[in-house]
Write a new protein. Structure first.
Lengths: 383, 402
């Protein structure tokens, strides 16, 4: 059996757009759920269909990436017949996944209670930016500005900079698209047992805050105002990101205890440092961090990042190449895990794509599937 | 806003034995948040995470690690030396009574203690074992050590993080551990579904590198388009204004699409008339001239307080949000109204605000619980569930088995 069939027989209606909602659907589809994405040609297309420089709305790379394996229906939700079709489909489905703004579906007569009339066991999972309720629930959000709101942007910086940096990326979406399917399957397990469906409200801002819990405790327990730490860590030295041979090549290194520290010294041919008063224990190394980092970088700069990592890890010292997208595609470990699912051909040509953060040992993964073209499943599903 | 009814615990009745330390702790926490009973198994001297900073009031103390306090909230704690034969036997007795085991030892370590998957399923045939590790249970890097910064580096997130003129910058806390734990918990509910529908167990092999390597399209962009993503500070690759902008008292995060651009110009009454040229509707063109656009927008944003500007923009349909400090976030009226934080009372840490569940079920949220003290539930579990007597417990303690 394949893990790609675990959710076989589970049908999910997906009202999703952008990154988090669609990718959540993809992660359900890749484990076997029948995910039916519902869009409307009348102003209700997934925004990622328009992302980039292409003309064919099925050929946007970002859309394909986030919607692998989903079926597609084009239904005008504002038309009475469209609404009726959705209510009928809900009767034949197990779950609804949606990341529209709060109350958009309710106003169309497709709220949770409307849909549950046809199916009391229906699970509904919502991924609104600020949640379904609360004074700012109508706010427009993106992964980028949610990162800022949570405090993460402020903290994601080197120490003592004159402006925040954070990330160009959308970490909250990444959190939401794994939490969403997790909650959806948990809710299915619950409704299987109780016979009653539940509605899950996962505010993406709170999903983001869930990975800053320690930071908030520094504020609430200690009254501190935590500041950016960059690559520093109070319990390891050296600990950081060091320049290596070549353009923009780096390796991270961390020595968390005396054993790792002395192994590091041996590898770089500086056994003398172990007894050097400046570096004799963690406290000493932390107080001479600038000198220490200088010594580390002097050694790394003269070597390729891969060599730095392999030499250190072989000696039991944590180290890792700061890998680029090109490095990932060639990574021996990821290849060993059969991590990339290949597509020999598609509307955007051939490509390979990451599958998932975990695998089921002893089970063989099937290739992932492309999304169906817009509306391709209208007839098969409705007839 | 919330129902008065007791919040629904989705997976009440399922039980977890959490052998993990730093890497997998957040997986156990998420399973607890889903309503499972999570028993954390610590060595008699305490989980190594109890020695991880930051600490309450700055003092290293085994009950004072704030990291431990958050990531183990609501779990029960027992102590057990699984390297000793009697400890190992007690662990196997417990394995029979649970649904899920979470572990994050170095790959092969459990096998070395004769507690490998095959041995565990002899005692519980449909057990779900979840292994969290840096690179997976086998393969060329399986034995490579993985502090968080190594996970972010090898997974590709670090390379694109930070200002392009500076060293790549690691995100706060241990995001690679958390993110992998999230994936691991998705694996658990999938495996539970498989068990309920097909009656079989599973061994889930979660990898930190693999979890991080699907971030931000880094691998996909290279594979599909041959494009290597690079550090770009806070500037979005394809859009402008999509960055952080200076306000009077801090910064605001803006991401202005083609839809929002005309709304921004309308709100910003005295903008340079040159910006009214319809060509600027195009996000790609604005991105090509990001320096010009960003300087113009800053001349507007710098007149306001960040909170006021965000509110004014949102009222006008533009999705701006302030760059908050953690304490700004905790004080925000929306977050407070939703009851995200709740008061927790801990015998050593005192009373403080801690995040509860990050989701609501039928409009209700399960609030925060305190982390357990070391071995707090020894008696409850060993006597109450394994049927040991007080004398046996004392003997086990004297022999340092518990």
């Amino acid at each position: 059996m394949s893990p790609n069939e675990i959710l076989k027989g589970v049908r999910v209606l997906a009202f999703t757009t952008g990154y988090a909602g669609p990718y959540a659907g993809r992660l359900l589809a890749s484990y076997g759920a029948e995910v039916i994405k519902i869009e409307s040609k009348k102003g209700g297309l997934d925004t990622f269909r328009h992302y980039g420089q292409h003309k064919d709305i099925d050929a946007a790379p970002r859309f394909i990436e986030c919607n692998l394996g989903v079926r597609s229906m084009a239904i005008n939700l504002k038309h009475p017949t469209g609404g009726r079709l959705i209510r009928e489909l809900a009767g034949k489905s197990d779950a609804v996944l949606q990341n529209f703004r709060p109350r958009v579906l309710d106003k169309l007569g497709l709220g949770d209670d409307d849909l549950r009339k046809a199916n009391p066991k229906l699970v509904v999972v919502k991924l609104p930016g600020f949640g379904s309720e609360g004074p700012k629930s109508s706010y427009g959000t993106w992964g980028f500005n949610l990162t800022a709101f949570s405090g993460m942007t402020y903290l994601w910086n080197h120490p003592e900079q004159d402006r925040p940096i954070g990330s160009q990326g959308v970490y909250p979406d990444h959190l939401g698209f794994v939490m969403g399917p997790t909650l959806l399957v948990a809710a299915l397990l619950n409704s299987r047992r109780t016979g009653k469906g539940v509605t899950i409200d996962l505010a993406q801002i709170e999903g983001t805050a869930a990975v800053l819990g320690t930071t908030y405790l520094e504020t609430s327990v200690n009254g501190d105002d935590p500041q950016p730490k960059g690559n520093h860590y109070a319990a390891a030295a050296p600990h950081g990101c060091y320049r290596c041979q070549g353009e923009d090549r780096w390796c991270v290194i961390s020595a968390r205890d005396e054993e790792e520290w002395s192994a590091f010294c041996r590898v770089i041919g500086r056994a003398d440092l172990v007894s050097d008063a400046r570096f004799v224990n963690l406290q000493a190394r932390l107080s001479h961090r600038a000198e220490l980092d200088g010594i580390v970088q002097q050694w790394t700069e003269a070597r390729p990042a891969e060599e730095v990592m392999n030499q250190l890890q072989t000696a039991g010292v944590p180290a890792g190449v700061v890998q680029t997208g090109a490095d990932l595609l060639q990574d021996a470990q990821l290849r060993h895990r059969n991590y990339f699912s290949p597509f020999a051909d598609s509307l955007i040509g051939p490509f390979e794509i990451p599958r998932s953060g975990f695998l089921f040992r002893g089970m063989n993964e099937e290739p992932l599937r492309l999304p169906n073209r817009l509306g391709a499943d209208n007839d098969p599903i409705l007839s | 806003m919330t129902d008065t009814a007791q919040p629904i615990a989705l997976l009440a009745g399922y039980r977890v034995l959490d052998l993990s330390s730093s890497m997998g702790a957040f997986c156990g926490k998420l399973l607890r948040d889903l309503g499972m009973d999570v028993i954390k198994v610590e060595p008699p001297g305490g989980d190594a995470m109890r020695a991880e900073p930051p600490f309450a009031r700055g003092h290293a103390h085994r009950e004072g690690s704030l990291r431990f306090a958050y990531l183990n909230a609501g779990k029960r704690s027992i102590t057990l030396n699984i390297a000793k034969p009697s400890g190992r036997n007690m662990l196997l007795d417990l394995v029979e009574r649970v649904d899920v085991v979470v572990e994050d030892f170095a790959p092969g370590h459990l096998a070395g203690s004769e507690l490998d998957y095959e041995t565990l399923i002899e005692r519980k045939k449909d057990l779900i074992l979840v292994s969290v590790s840096g690179f997976g249970q086998d393969g060329p890097y399986a034995q490579y050590k993985t502090p968080d910064i190594v996970g972010n580096a090898m997974g590709g997130l670090l390379y694109i993080s930070g200002d392009p003129t500076m060293t790549p910058c690691n995100p706060p806390e241990t995001q690679s551990y958390y993110y992998t734990s999230l994936f691991a918990s998705y694996g658990v509910v999938l495996a539970l579904w498989q068990r309920e529908t097909r009656g079989i167990g599973a061994w889930i092999d979660a990898s930190i590198q693999a979890s991080m390597a699907l971030h931000e399209h880094v691998a996909f962009n290279y594979s599909a388009e041959g494009r290597v993503m690079k550090r770009a500070g806070s500037q979005h690759q394809h859009n402008a204004p999509a960055n952080l902008f200076q306000c009077k008292n801090g910064w605001i995060a803006l991401f202005v699409t083609q839809t929002h651009w005309p709304l921004l110009l309308k709100l910003w009454g005295d903008h340079d008339p040159a910006l009214d040229d319809p060509k600027w509707i195009n996000s790609n063109l604005r991105r090509q001239h990001a320096d010009y656009i960003n300087a113009q927008v800053t001349s507007f944003t710098s007149r306001f307080l960040k909170e006021d500007l965000a509110e004014m923009m949102q009222k006008n349909g533009i999705p701006g949000l302030p760059v908050n400090s953690p304490s700004d976030f905790m004080k925000d009226p929306h977050i407070q109204a939703r009851g995200f934080f709740s008061a927790v009372n801990h015998p050593v840490l005192g009373t403080f605000q801690q995040p509860g569940n990050c989701f609501m079920v039928n409009g209700s949220r399960t609030g925060a619980s305190p982390a357990p003290l070391l071995g707090q539930h020894n008696q409850q579990v060993f006597c109450g569930e394994l049927g040991l007597g007080e004398k046996e417990l004392a003997l086990l303690a004297a022999e340092k088995v518990i």
